[in-house]
Write a protein that binds this ligand. Structure first.
Ligand SMILES: Cc1ncc(C[n+]2csc(CCOP(=O)(O)OP(=O)(O)O)c2C)c(N)n1
Length: 560
């Protein structure tokens, strides 16, 4: 059966047929036909954000939490360019986001028309695929293709730019079987590596004296938790989780070590430097993980398991690669490896551990805050962190037990991510508490989204680590720029009054003794709530590898 629909109606129908339920966006001239088609739509819920960047981050949060495509919509020109940071974030972290942008009408293209921007050109490097739709007859297929590409292989963002006259044109629409009927299904997975390569890796694991596993977000995306855990338990290999791999392995598990790299614990980085085999699964070996690659893991053969062939050997030399879906590859590996326990090696790593001096001199500490939050939530929440010192404290200290409950902007490190992304997470997980944890800098970048939460009834819990500084940059200024705090002291409004202005409850906490109570009330009070945590101003994140330095040389105190 075919029907005659406008381009705008075709967009809505194609999305519904692909299983899309929620869109985040902001209207404007060039996308008005789509908004007209969305008016009162029975199957598509549109969330009106306060800035298009927030629409992209929210779609990203929705995609990461739901393992399905998140959709954002914007008008041409400034609407579309406001999406760019969100698309770049999704691109770096492999999150499937579809952006639909309005464009000036075809007769106006290339004429510097009002609000005309070559958005396909602008977003080329930050999308997996993008297209300007020049013919309404191709619109549905272009959207289907974009949705499929977003999910296939290493997921990522895609953009479909639709001129206004194409949105108004009519064409026959026929429902077609979509490559994946629901946008949540993964497709286009590469063939598995052959048995020889798997057996070779099994041999390397059997022969190694000091093997470790390093796992990243690919384990979460492919749902490889059980397979990875089985591999760890069968071989006794200790497990290191990258920033984006946090919550891919139970934090409290005996074999779990923690986060590596720039702010990784000393014994973890030392274990990497001593290892003779690294089995990397679903990670990019990016520079925040490796430090100076010339000195990274000098004794180790590296096995790299990843769906993205382009990631193999990009930063570190790889002895054996297994390109494929992490879950499928690791399941095969589990069947091929011999059981062992690595007890001696694990004891060696334990011997490298030492008690670290608490970096806080007596003020309200992240340790207290995060253990109170763990207790209040019973570990039953998703934490979306922003970018900066607080992000590292969350990564180092919150005891994540359940899969995919830690969401953050890792690759791009986009401040302003947490608040809007948490809205998307909440929509994907309406039955569990979602906490957005930000610094006072990043919070102020997208705090206007509280209005979205109120208008749309999105129950996000907001925590602000307020140190009065752009803390992470101030830390670098203290360590590497002679203590000259150039433009890092940052004034904040009264956040409790701000909450009140938006009509939501707010608490300010200055003493350790008040933390648990405020967090409990914020967690239990229905609707969005806000807690400002006034922490020590000049606390630093330790340990730290100097940018470009070696994992073997951690700083455990400020350089003098
Ligand atoms: C959009 C954006 N601009 C600038 C930066 C550089 N940057 C990284 S961390 C940081 C400071 C963050 O300060 P705040 O949000 O207060 O968090 P804190 O480090 O104090 O926890 C800055 C400016 C960034 N990552 N993203």
């Amino acid at each position: 059966m075919t029907e005659l629909l406008t381009g705008a109606q075709i967009i809505c129908r194609t999305l519904v047929d692909a299983g899309v339920e929620v869109l985040f966006g902001y209207p404007g001239g060039a996308i008005m036909p789509v908004y007209d088609a969305l008016h009162g739509h029975a199957a598509l819920r549109h969330i009106l954000v306060r800035h298009e960047q927030a629409a992209a981050h929210a779609a990203d949060g929705y995609a990461r939490a739901g393992n399905r495509v998140g959709v954002c919509v914007a008008t041409s020109g400034p609407g579309a360019t406001n999406l760019v940071t969100g698309l770049a974030t999704a691109h770096m972290d492999g999150s499937p986001v579809l952006a639909i942008t309005g464009q000036v009408g075809r007769p106006m293209l290339g004429r510097d028309a009002f609000q005309e921007t070559d958005v396909v050109g602008v977003t080329m490097p930050v999308t997996k695929h993008n297209v300007l739709v020049r013919d309404v007859e191709e619109l549905a297929d272009d959207l289907r293709t974009a949705l499929a590409i977003a999910m296939e292989g290493r997921p990522g963002p895609v953009l479909v730019d639709v001129p206004k006259d194409v949105q108004n044109q009519k064409a026959e629409y026929g429902s077609r079987p979509h490559p994946s009927r629901r946008s949540g299904e993964r497709n286009g997975l590469p063939e598995l590596p052959d048995g020889d390569a798997i057996r070779e890796v099994a041999r390397l694991i059997a022969a190694a004296q000091r093997p470790i596993m390093m796992i990243g977000r690919g384990v979460i995306v492919s749902g490889a938790y059980d397979a990875v855990r089985a591999l760890a338990e069968r071989t006794g290999m200790p497990v290191i989780t990258t920033l984006l791999g946090i919550s891919a392995f139970p934090q409290a598990h005996d074999l779990h070590l923690g986060m590596p790299g720039m702010h990784g614990e000393v014994h973890i980085n030392k274990a990497i430097q001593a290892a003779d085999l690294i089995v990397g699964i679903g990670l990019r070996f990016d520079d925040r993980v490796t430090g100076n690659t010339a000195t990274f893991a000098p004794r180790a053969k590296i096995v790299h398991i990843d769906i993205d062939a382009a990631a193999i050997g990009r930063t570190v030399p790889v002895a054996v690669d297994l390109v494929g879906d992490a879950r499928a590859v690791v399941e095969r590996l589990v069947a091929a490896v011999a059981a062992r326990d690595c007890l001696r090696w694990r004891a060696e790593i334990t011997a490298l551990m030492h008690q670290r001096e608490e970096a806080f001199a007596g003020g309200l500490s992240p340790e207290v805050i995060l253990s109170a939050l763990a207790e209040v939530t019973g570990g039953r929440c998703t934490i979306v962190s922003d970018v900066g010192q607080h992000q590292m404290w969350v990564a180092q200290r919150y005891p994540f037990q359940r899969p995919n409950t830690h969401i953050t902007s890792g690759g791009l490190g986009a401040m302003g991510f947490a608040v809007p992304a948490a809205m998307g997470v909440r929509l994907a997980r309406p039955n569990e508490p979602v906490w957005a944890i930000s610094g006072d800098g990043g919070f102020q970048m997208n705090m206007a989204e509280i209005a979205t939460m109120v208008q749309e009834g999105l129950e996000v819990k907001l925590a602000i680590f307020n140190n009065g500084y752009l803390g992470m940059v101030r830390q670098w200024q203290q360590f590497f720029h002679g203590g000259r705090y150039s433009n890092t002291p940052i004034w904040s409004p009264d956040y409790v009054k701000l909450a009140a202005a938006y009509g939501i409850p707010g608490w300010r906490v200055k003493q350790a003794g008040e933390v648990a109570d405020a967090l409990r009330q914020a967690n239990e009070t229905p609707g969005p709530t806000l807690v400002e945590l006034v922490i020590e101003q000049e606390a630093n994140v330790f340990p730290m590898i100097v940018p470009g330095g070696s994992l073997s040389e951690p700083l455990e105190a400020a350089p003098v």
